[in-house]
Write a protein that binds this ligand. Sequence first.
Ligand SMILES: NC(=O)c1ccc[n+]([C@@H]2O[C@H](COP(=O)([O-])OP(=O)(O)OC[C@H]3O[C@@H](n4cnc5c(N)ncnc54)[C@H](O)[C@@H]3O)[C@@H](O)[C@H]2O)c1
Ligand SMILES: N[C@@H](CCO)C(=O)O
Ligand code: NA
Length: 432
Amino acid sequence: MKPVKVGICGLGTVGGGTFNVLTRNAQDIARRAGREIIIAQVATRHPNPDVDTGAVAITADVNDVINNPEIDVVVELIGGYTIAKDVVLGAIANGKHVVTANKALIAVHGDEIFAAAEAKGVSVMYEAAVAGGIPIIKAIREGLAANRINWLAGIINGTGNFILTEMRDKGRDFADVLAEAQALGYAEADPTFDVEGIDAAHKLTILSSIAYGIPLQFARCYTEGISKITTDDVEYAEELGYRIKHLGVSRRTEKGIDLRVHPTMIPVARPIATVDGVLNAVMVNGDAVGDTLYVGAGAGAGPTASAVVADIIDLARTFDAPAEASVNHLAFNDIEDVAVLPMEEVETAYYLRIQAEDKTGVLAAVASILSERGINIEAIIQKEPKDGEALAQIILLTHVVVEKQMNEAIAAIEGLASTVGDVTRIRVEHLN
Ligand SMILES: NC(=O)c1ccc[n+]([C@@H]2O[C@H](COP(=O)([O-])OP(=O)(O)OC[C@H]3O[C@@H](n4cnc5c(N)ncnc54)[C@H](O)[C@@H]3O)[C@@H](O)[C@H]2O)c1
Ligand SMILES: N[C@@H](CCO)C(=O)O
Ligand code: NA
């Protein structure tokens, strides 16, 4: 059978990994795809010392790849919204299939890209864009296709999980661990995308579209980062039987779809709570299947390449199929425009940490603010001031409440004369 010819744009962490996996496993890949997959050309701005490109043609100009008549599949591994978007749309316009790892591009410009692909009868594949090496897109769109998905929740940023794990286990400094994640090739070009939850929000946007058949709505995803988590909160969470993870949560409710990324306390007894380091994990609950959990490396050259190459193989397998057989990009034929819930209407439980003067009466005042708003307390710990500190800490766990009510309660607590500074709030999810 005629080989499939691939052009790779970007030869960094993921591009280099993709080149190496395609080369190293060429024989098995050909057996699986039913035909050879050949790298015809690579476009890159920088050479990659981990890759021996041998006789493969290298160019600095992506247009050489997009316009190369020999190339069937363009693999976009540059990143960002500018050149990457031109590469993807240019390849589609030239009738080429596209494989990308670029979640930012899909989450923000997916509608335009998929419409262009459908008009041309080509496919755009993006398994590597969400949770790296975990085949989560395939799992939801194919393996769970029978289900009405009720909710999903995931640790979907490897850099952030690596930082939280190293801080908790080794007491390491935030900036120091972030620098290591960058050196290991895990972080985004702009690492604030990782630590502020933007990258996770891109991925959650994509997962939610596939799970519920709703439009890509990145702009409506609530996003909160991990940079304000303190070692005190990590310690108190553990004392209460919880672990703090940076979680993307999406839930189908009667009022709309809940779509949010924030630090989250999860009971340590939940398997997802023990997923550490650069590993990612996604829990998906379907009405027929119940809970399912997917775990694997969420970033890095090999794991991400594993997903990129799987997409190329999928394309190669159906290469002679008619154009109408191109993938249904968001997994549903009818996209239903279900509203995304504003954060104020989301219902969740909370951990609160309140700093207070070490006087009697504070606890009673806090408790009455909560009870006046119908907020039930599940657990409470009072910590006397540590050596050299003047303030005591009150740590509370609440039952589930509407966020708006909690906002009001927090404002009232902060307004008490005996409390000091901002109240720390971490949302709590029991994932059941
Ligand atoms: N690193 C990971 O673990 C990981 C995992 C999943 C998805 N991703 C996504 O994969 C994409 C690539 O990430 P990366 O970590 O490999 O980035 P990287 O910075 O390591 O590599 C980018 C590559 O693009 C090349 N490049 C930049 N501008 C170019 C241009 N104008 N023309 C040709 N080449 C150009 C660079 O020379 C480099 O080889 C991004 O969308 C990222 O979000 C990365
Ligand atoms: N920067 C991303 C890469 C994988 O998408 C992460 O750390 O998860
Ligand atoms: Na994946």
